[in-house]
Write a protein of this length. Sequence first.
Length: 230
Amino acid sequence: MAELKSSAYGRRLLEQSPLFAQMDENSRRDLVGQAIPRNFGPGETVCRIGDPGGSMMAVLAGTVRISLPTVRGKEIILGDLHTGELFGEIALLDGKPRSANATALTKCELLVLERRNVIPFLERNPAACLQLMELLCARIRRSDERMADLAFFELPTRLAKLLLSYGAERAGKEPRISLSQTELAEMVGATRENVNRCLRDWQRRGLVKLQDGWTVILDSEKLRSLLAQE
């Protein structure tokens, strides 16, 4: 019963995805029928950089973190993927090793789409190829923007931009962000100590509130004003 539920949800997910929107219902059923459901617990590794590629994955439930290791043994967090999002498309296209780490942040249910099944579909559907190119281009743009932020902007600007981005995804007058200060540091390319110092300063100024491990945005407009100062 659980497997049938995953298959039905997988078809709906592919129907909503721009990449597979061109498929008819029968094609989606065939592709999901060939896909492999995988479950991961919180903290489990989905794949590591350098692992054999050859597939892409759809997040049916949960949150997957994409990251890169650094020479100092730490990680740079590239982003968190939620229900309905896809990852691993680079390895699917070229069949080469993984280019990043993927870790389950929560209990996750994934659908693994093998290269040998997806490539024939792409060959028959030029529109889907263009959608995949758009997906890759969007991720390259985000990567370029991140590199530019690290190169040209000071920590307060990078941190404000990150908090506003995550805050925009959360409803409410005062968005609450659950990322730890270590996670925030890994996402903005800074040390935890410097991130803590910046957040404490903002708390004294009434921009944010630090409460029980949460960062609560109190004044989004003042945070945005930091971006305009660069």
